[in-house]
Write a protein that binds this ligand. Structure first.
Ligand SMILES: NC(=O)c1ccc[n+]([C@@H]2O[C@H](COP(=O)([O-])OP(=O)(O)OC[C@H]3O[C@@H](n4cnc5c(N)ncnc54)[C@H](OP(=O)(O)O)[C@@H]3O)[C@@H](O)[C@H]2O)c1
Length: 318
């Protein structure tokens, strides 16, 4: 029987790409859970999607056969009936709304949902939570790892999808490169994260498993920056920092997005040999999956994202 997938945080970057891919893939019946409102609107990038844009997505998805359900997502009395009939519940909420998943887990259990896919899509938080340096990022990693425990406690199956680094977030110059830049990392641009979720879910090896994907590319920082230089036709400014320099830089940087990115770099650089916080699961299990080619991704997504970030920094006087 066809399984039903419901997406929460559907109008976000990963969420919208996930819904679009679910429609294209036609493996699952698809639903979207819409928040009734009244909550603070959040976004990973800081840029929130407006109501008009969301309505346009709902209209397009409805036309693609998606069921749109609205509920007060803080209230189990409304959530439980909204989730009945869902087999896999996929959450794509931004990191700043991680806690919004707690009522969902309880309601999913009561509604008979089989599997919960929490909003992860970064490092392997299960490991990062125990890394030595206490940063804002490690605190988030600890909460995401805790959420997995709550899912297990609720008796639900889970699929954890670490996706490495979203390259668009790390390309403001001078680019901070952890170590000497030769180690391979997993790179997954936000839309490729969303696109790969239905493929991971459709694979039998994803049940109660951690599936760390490299949805866009599996390559070193130096390799990625070489592609960017080739496309820009100029040198990309960068600084190579070892783990001690990254820790010092983190300690000197005021709280905010810049400090969070440095916390991510600290965690990446602290990974012991043979125990990285990312991997290329799709290389082994989804060999047919293709991420966005880098020569298309840089001009279409990454450079505009970098330009918007710089404009926001200028406006904030950073
Ligand atoms: N590794 C990396 O480099 C990296 C980078 C970025 C993000 N990530 C991770 O990827 C995941 C998804 O991030 P994203 O950037 O795709 O998300 P996003 O685009 O920021 O998500 C925005 C959407 O979240 C929902 N939302 C807004 N406020 C909310 C609230 N108060 N409570 C619950 N939901 C709310 C809204 O969708 P609806 O109105 O449809 O509910 C909104 O359109 C996060 O876990 C994040 O940590 C990783």
């Amino acid at each position: 029987m066809t399984k039903t997938v419901t997406v929460f945080g559907a109008t976000g970057t990963a969420g919208a790409a996930c819904v679009d891919e679910l429609i294209r893939q036609q493996t699952f019946d698809v639903r979207v859970l819409v928040r009734k409102g009244g909550q603070q609107e959040k976004a990973s990038s800081g840029v929130v999607r407006g109501e008009y844009e969301k309505q346009r997505l709902y209209d397009r998805w409805r036309a693609g056969g998606v069921g749109i359900l609205t509920a007060d997502v803080t209230d189990h009395a409304e959530l439980i009936p909204a989730l009945r009939g869902t087999d896999y519940l996929v959450s794509c909420v931004p990191y700043s709304a991680t806690e919004s998943q707690y009522p969902l887990i309880w309601a999913a259990r009561e509604a008979g949902v089989e599997r919960f896919v929490p909003s992860e899509f970064g490092y392997i938080y299960e490991w990062e939570q125990f890394w030595p340096t206490d940063t804002a990022h490690r605190r988030m990693a600890r909460q995401k790892a805790f959420i997995r425990r709550v899912i297990e406690l609720a008796g639900l199956d889970y699929t954890i999808i670490p996706a490495g680094l979203w390259p668009e977030y790390y390309m403001v110059e001078p680019v901070v490169v952890p170590g000497d830049g030769t180690r391979k990392y997993a790179w997954s641009t936000g839309t490729d994260v969303g696109r790969i979720i239905p493929h991971v879910l459709a694979h039998p090896a994803s049940r109660n498993a951690v599936c760390p994907v490299a949805a866009t590319a599996y390559c070193s920082w130096n390799d990625l920056l070489a592609v960017r230089e080739g496309l820009l036709g100029r040198k990309v400014e960068r600084v190579y920092l070892d783990v001690d320099q990254l820790r010092a830089s983190y300690a000197q940087t005021p709280e905010g997005p810049g400090q969070t990115l440095l916390g991510i770099a600290v965690a990446g650089a602290e990974s012991p040999e043979g125990m990285p916080l990312w991997a290329n699961w799709n290389g082994a299990f989804l060999p047919g999956f293709r991420g966005t080619p880098l020569d298309e991704l840089f001009p279409r997504v990454i450079e505009p994202f970098v330009a918007a970030t710089l404009a926001a920094m200028t406006a904030a006087g950073a």
